[in-house]
Design a protein around this ligand. Sequence first.
Ligand code: SAM
Length: 255
Amino acid sequence: MHFDILTLFPGLFDCVFEESIVRRAVDAGLVSIAIHNIRDYALDKHHVTDDTPYGGGGGMVMKPEPILGALEAVVGAELVARQKATGNVEVPIVLLTPAGRLFRQEIARQYERHGRVVLICGRYEGVDERVSALAVTDEISIGDYVLSGGEIPAMAIVEAVTRLVPGVLGDMRAVIEDSHASGLLEYPHYTRPAEFRGLGVPPILLSGDHARVARWRREQALRRTLERRPDLLEGADLSDADRRFLARLRAERSE
Ligand code: SAM
């Protein structure tokens, strides 16, 4: 899996990508990350990357030429133009923006299947709209709030996609059972000690009965999703037993 990140602040990525799972994935040759400084593609002698907005108003807007120049250098002008002309996305070119569609696990899976993704980090008031018109294939937001730049959203996407690359996590069960993997929130976890500040562990987890543990976990996942994110249940992969359990929970709640 290869990530290209276009940013005005390359140094922000240093410590995040040099630790933990992303670092291990890179060291194992499963993932590669190239950080491109947009400023290197500004052609004027002062390397200007932003300018005042047409129509007035405060703030600065990121100029289109350096970003297009960077994209064409990184993935090739032909690919950029072809994707826009045909609508057939070979390499997703993603603009991070609070006005984009919400990033979800399903989108992380799609990016992993592409094997390569380009992430454009905005700053200031954002990016000249013509970058989207000419090159961007996807506009992504990581939530309904505004950050100062697209770097943290890009880090979130790199981490979410990297977890899905086969071989990155020792135990792929974690990926299958994670919250959002099948449309449900995950069940609660417990580890030693069995008793902590007066709170025990659900006895079933100590029973050694794997089938009952699996059923309990599934029911906890359903219960948690119903309580916290009922909207997710619409798209979740549910068995008949799941539906019966949810109907029972709903009936209990309305009593
Ligand atoms: N004026 C923009 C608006 O209201 O939509 C916000 C610009 S924000 C201060 C600067 C940059 O941070 C954006 O161009 C984008 O790249 C990034 N950003 C901020 N919040 C984000 C979010 N929730 N998701 C993705 N990117 C975000």
